[in-house]
Design a protein around this ligand. Structure first.
Ligand SMILES: *Cc1c(COP(=O)(O)O)cnc(C)c1O
Length: 429
C-alpha cells in the first residue's frame, strides 16, 4: 500500500501541531506507523490522500451512524448555510432539537446544547454539584468522560484511597473530589458511599462502556446503582455520548429500562458536526443558568449548522426506527463471521458487542471491567490492526476503542471484512 503523501503530510503537520494531530489517538502511537490523511468519506468508505480506499469501522469515533456524508444530512447543512453560520441568539431549530431529544429519551425532560462531549459531561457534573450542594463524585475505572481535569484521574493504590491524576497539569486538588470505583462491581460503589456519606453529588457511568473496548454493564449492577443514588440523594448521570442513539433510539437507558437523573450526549447527536448536550430531570435542569444559579454558557452553543445536521440525524432515527434492527442484523453477521474465524483457528478471544458497537480483545478471559480489558495483548492488536489496514479495513488504531457498524455497510463489505479478519489472524498468531 502506497502512503507516501500521508507520510509527507504527517511530517509537515508535526512541525506546527503537537504530534501532527488534533486528538492524540489519531497519531497511531499505540500501533505504530503513519496515520492516513483523509481526503473524503462516502458511505462506509474512506479515501486517503494517496488514493487508497478503506471500509471504515471508526466512523469518526462514533458519529456516523449512517456512514459518511449521507445526502439528507448534507442537504440539511447546505440549506441552513444559506441563512448564515451563527447568530448568538435563539433559533426555532433549537426548540425542535430539544423536542426531538426529549421525545426520544423520556428521562430527559429538559436539555442544554453544548459543543462537545467533554463540555456535556463537565456541565453535568457542575449541575449535579450545584443541585445537591455536594462536591465529590464517583467515576468508574476505564470509563472515559472527556478531558476535563477532574475526569483524568485513576484509582490510587488501595481500594479506598483517593484518586491520582493521569496527566500532568491536573492538580491533586482536582483529584481530591473524584472517587474511583470498579465497573460492574457494586461493592466498590457501596464502600465509597459508606466512607464518604453525604458528600457524593453524582455517579457518572457509561452504561455501555466504549472506551475500554466495549463492555456492557450488568443489569443488576445498574439497578443497584439506580437504587443507591435514589436512597443517598446522589445524581445518577449516564454518559451516553457514545451509546446515545447508537445502541437504540433511546440510548442504553432504553435497553436497560433505567432512568438516570441526567444524561450526556455527543457524537451522533451532531450528525458529524461538533455538538454535545446534557439534560435530564426538569427539577435538576432548572438549576442551570439563567433560570437557576449554576453557570453554563457557550458562544457557539446551539449553532444553526450543527443543529441542522443533528436534527436531520435524529429525525431520520425517529422516522425510521427499524434502522436499529438493520444495524443489529449487520453487526450480528459480522460477529458471527469473526467468531467462526476464531473457531477455525482454535482461539476463543473475548468478543463483546452491544448493537453496532463491538470489540475483540486478545485475551481468552471474559472482559467485564478495566482490569480484565487490560489483559488484552496490545502488541498483537497492533499487528492485527496493520494487517487489517493492508487489506483495506480501517479499524481503530488502539485496542481499547470500539468498532462501529453503520447502516451504509453492505453485506459484500462485511464479507470482505470477515475474510480480512481471518487472514490477519492466521498471519499474526
Ligand atoms: C467521546 C466521548 C466523550 C468525549 O466527547 P468529546 O466530544 O470527544 O469531547 C465523553 N464520553 C464518552 C462516553 C465518549 O465516548
Amino acid at each position: 500500500m502506497e502512503i507516501s503523501k500521508s507520510k509527507v503530510l504527517f511530517e509537515e503537520a508535526g512541525k506546527y501541531i503537537p504530534g501532527g494531530v488534533n486528538s492524540p489517538v489519531r497519531a497511531f502511537k499505540s500501533v505504530g506507523g503513519t496515520p492516513l490523511f483523509i481526503e473524503k468519506g462516502e458511505g462506509s468508505k474512506l479515501f486517503d490522500v494517496d488514493g487508497n480506499e478503506y471500509i471504515d469501522y471508526i466512523g469518526s469515533w462514533g458519529p456516523h451512524l449512517f456512514g459518511h456524508n449521507p445526502e439528507f444530512i448534507k442537504n440539511a447543512i447546505l440549506q441552513s448555510l444559506e441563512n448564515g453560520t451563527s447568530f448568538g441568539a435563539p433559533t426555532e431549530l433549537e426548540i425542535k432539537m430539544a423536542e426531538i431529544i426529549t421525545g426520544l429519551v423520556p428521562s430527559v425532560e429538559m436539555v442544554r446544547m453544548v459543543n462537545s462531549g467533554t463540555e456535556a459531561t463537565m456541565s453535568a457534573i457542575r449541575t449535579a454539584r450545584g443541585f445537591t450542594g455536594k462536591n465529590k463524585f464517583i467515576k468508574f475505572e476505564g470509563c472515559y468522560h472527556g478531558h476535563a481535569d477532574y475526569f483524568l484521574i485513576k484509582a490510587g493504590s488501595g481500594a479506598l484511597t483517593l484518586g491520582v491524576p493521569t496527566s500532568p497539569g491536573v492538580t491533586k486538588g482536582n483529584a481530591a473530589d473524584t472517587l474511583i470505583a470498579q465497573y460492574n462491581k457494586i461493592e466498590s460503589v457501596e464502600n465509597l458511599i459508606a466512607k464518604y456519606k453525604g458528600e457524593i453529588a453524582a455517579i457518572i457511568i457509561e452504561p455501555v462502556a466504549g472506551n475500554m473496548g466495549v463492555i456492557k454493564a450488568g443489569d443488576q449492577f445498574l439497578q443497584r446503582l439506580r437504587k443507591l443514588c435514589t436512597d443517598e440523594n446522589i445524581v445518577l448521570i449516564f454518559d451516553e455520548v457514545m451509546s446515545g442513539f447508537r445502541v437504540a433510539a433511546g440510548g442504553a437507558q432504553e435497553i436497560f429500562n433505567i432512568n438516570p437523573d441526567l444524561t450526556t450526549f455527543g457524537k451522533i447527536i451532531g450528525g458529524g458536526l461538533p455538538v454535545g448536550a446534557f439534560g435530564g430531570k426538569r427539577e435538576i435542569m432548572e438549576s442551570v443558568a439563567p433560570v437557576g444559579p449554576v453557570y453554563q454558557a457557550g458562544t457557539l452553543s446551539g449553532n444553526p449548522l450543527a443543529m441542522a445536521a443533528g436534527y436531520a440525524a435524529l429525525s431520520y432515527i425517529k422516522e425510521n426506527p427499524d434502522i436499529y434492527d438493520e444495524l443489529e442484523e449487520k453487526s450480528k453477521y459480522l460477529e458471527a463471521g469473526f467468531k467462526h474465524n476464531l473457531e477455525k483457528i482454535g482461539k476463543s478471544f473475548a468478543f463483546n458487542r452491544v448493537g453496532s458497537m463491538m470489540a475483540m480483545f486478545f485475551t481468552e478471559e471474559p472482559v467485564t471491567d478495566f482490569n480484565s480489558a487490560m489483559k488484552s495483548d496490545t502488541q498483537i492488536y497492533a499487528k492485527y490492526f496493520h494487517k487489517m489496514l493492508d487489506s483495506g479495513i480501517y479499524i481503530a488504531p488502539a485496542q481499547f476503542e470500539a468498532m462501529f457498524v453503520s447502516t451504509a455497510h453492505s453485506t459484500v463489505e462485511l464479507d470482505k471484512t470477515i475474510e480480512a479478519h481471518y487472514n490477519a489472524l492466521i498471519n499474526i498468531l
